[in-house]
Write a protein that binds this ligand. Sequence first.
Ligand SMILES: CC(C)(COP(=O)(O)OP(=O)(O)OC[C@H]1O[C@@H](n2cnc3c(N)ncnc32)[C@H](O)[C@@H]1OP(=O)(O)O)[C@@H](O)C(=O)NCCC(=O)NCCS
Length: 184
Amino acid sequence: MHRRLSNKYGEELQLRPLRSSDASNFADFLRNLGTETRARFGPHPLDESTAHALCTAQPEAQIQRLVLCEKQAIVGYFILDFTPAEAEQQRYQQAGIGLNFQLEPRFAPCIADHYQNQGLASLAMAELISYCQQQGLKSLVLMGGTQASNLRAIHFYKKAGFAEIGRFYTAYNQQDNLDMRLSL
Ligand SMILES: CC(C)(COP(=O)(O)OP(=O)(O)OC[C@H]1O[C@@H](n2cnc3c(N)ncnc32)[C@H](O)[C@@H]1OP(=O)(O)O)[C@@H](O)C(=O)NCCC(=O)NCCS
């Protein structure tokens, strides 16, 4: 996967896998995520040592990490996680849906604070969908759902074609959340 995209100002971006030479730029991306973004996106620690560990580790068989780059800077990060996840499995089962994570990976997106709400995730999403279709995947399942208060994310997901599957409450942050899935 390596796609060239143009933002609304005609500037070039690249969507490609995270690589070992990204360690410093990825650390900058994670370090600069603000409080509100961190409250919405937490697939792993968002710190420098995690950035270095993820960039220098052997490629993970079950997880694809893609980054959206503008020149040298990383401005977006998208995770496709094919690891079976019991929590999602159970919640989807309650909705009568059996998940096959090899074909229905969990998905988590994040755009750098200063680049949010400028159409970048929507731009990247079109490419991600076509990439996932080419890989023969069946659906994308939101990793951990999305907080019901995350109105921008919900709008973005619905626009991309995600459908609401169910609602669940998480006590640790006292929030309602939505499970959403995109059929490919
Ligand atoms: C959610 C996120 C990935 C979306 O990426 P983005 O590049 O900001 O999204 P886009 O600019 O492509 O699209 C945002 C859409 O939401 C709309 N929007 C913005 N604020 C909104 C709000 N409060 N209510 C409803 N819609 C809203 C925008 O108008 C735009 O819609 P449009 O394309 O129809 O005009 C990004 O904002 C982000 O990383 N947020 C913090 C982390 C996060 O929430 N991750 C998801 C965890 S589930």
